[in-house]
Design a protein around this ligand. Sequence first.
Ligand SMILES: [Zn+2]
Length: 209
Amino acid sequence: MSTRQNIFILIIGLLLVVSCTKGKKEFPITELEYPDYVKIVKRADWGWLPLEKGKAEAPITKITIHHGGVEFTADKDPVKSIQSLQKWSRAEKEWIDIPYHFMIDLTGIIYEARPINYPGDTNTEYDPTGHALIEIMGNYEVQKFSKVQQQSLVELITFLCDEFSVPLSEIKTHKDYSEKTLCPGKDVYKYFQDSSIVKRVETKLNELK
Ligand SMILES: [Zn+2]
């Protein structure tokens, strides 16, 4: 092959690379601005991978609490666990991302997960469209929902109620929508049965006024 032919092939190759990169779709993401009282690790700070596909967007009208359902212990790295949940959600479930919008670890640190403008996903029968989904990492059928986790959950729910004008009556748990699940586990659920979390959110919302 002549040098001229080689250069020609190289140029065609470069053009193909450029056009493929240009054709890669970008998916719009709603970035939230958090108040100082919310202790959050943003997506960019834990190695979140950009979306490879999107879905219909929907506004937030409800807040729904979940647990991971798998025991989580202090020796495990929460960031690694979130990264592997992201890979599993995309590869195995073919969801656009982690099914939840926020995750709370054992120490009460909150991580941003799926962008809030895209509805979450579920393995049970309810439709999570319009729900801001929060997962508390661990299995609260066997683990204890600690004071620091409770505090972070109250702060996150307060922010979401304030940001999206969600009424207190729409703060619920997965179990309230599906009889097939124990989620969010009895040690989290009891604080919703006695309304104590929602009452604390109400108090904090009043403090912000
Ligand atoms: Zn759940």
